[in-house]
Design a protein around this ligand. Sequence first.
Ligand code: NAP
Length: 312
Amino acid sequence: MYDVVIIGSGPAGFTAGIYCIRAGLKTLILAGVRWGGQLMLTTLVENYPGFIDGIQGPDLMTNMRKQVERLGVEILNIDFEKGDFTRRPFSLTADGKTFQAKAVIISTGADSKWLEVPGEAQLRGKGISTCATCDAFFFRNKDVVVVGGGDSAMEEALVLAKVAKSVTIIHRRGEFRASLAMQKRVFSEPKISVIWNKAVRKVLGDTHVTGMILKDQVTSQESEFKTDGIFVAIGHIPNTDRLKGLEIDRKGYIVRREVSENGLLKYRSSASIEGVFVGGDVHDYNYKQAVTAAGFGCIAALDVIRFLDENK
Ligand code: NAP
């Protein structure tokens, strides 16, 4: 029996772990086989405070994990399968084993979105990727495309520009939504060019990507664009498919509630079931930063501490 089981091991889950264990709670983190969340797939993180020259994403997560372990949190690298949230203590299954928890924090994060166009699924891993840090090496001196207009797309393009012959960012609108700082870096990289107002209709290739069909968003005209590789960077989908019984919003994110008592805020991170709390990208489609995820993890832990105190 655990006081709290935390599902997920990104900045939210690890931060929650730090606060829970320091409050004396018996704490388990179900970290997942691929632990560490999205930062394990990123490179330099310059916007997490405390690192003068920035820090590599995987190093940041390894540090967080070591800190949590040193404090005494139990961490298992197994995948959460299902939870029975109908009664307390809650019953959680991971890797065929069952764990009982008086409270649960859900911090399962979000995963990359795919284009969902013909040809994409067949060619995944054969020229299509969502992780330049992982796969850029395979595109040394090749022509590659990045699809998307947010910070992720900028970051992918900059990583690829270090090894590829050329990088073309294809965006469906006439302006990026990425931060100005990231745009500035992209526009000053001579290997990167941009195609505006084009949507990907189809991925071409037999055993490997050879190109794509693009549709002009203004004229509706379709054209072929040759490329050796495609990096899809169009956002994320929250990991909620195994969380049956909890309220999910229309975008697929867990609904987070503020609970007040006598006009005073009691919990800020409650899910739709009492005793289940939520932190990080799995409920947040606005901010989606490592530092905000960590902050939400802290809030969820503080709410759990209060909840367990009041429900001894
Ligand atoms: P995002 O900000 O939601 O941007 C997604 C981009 O993909 C948008 O430009 C969107 O186009 C486009 N898009 C979405 N669906 C598409 C589709 N089906 N076909 C073509 N294009 C599509 O997602 P993100 O770039 O992953 O960033 C998520 C959050 O993480 C942001 O808050 C970002 O600031 C943060 N982040 C920060 C860093 C950093 O600071 N180093 C790095 C990565 C991410 P529209 O613009 O037309 O909607």
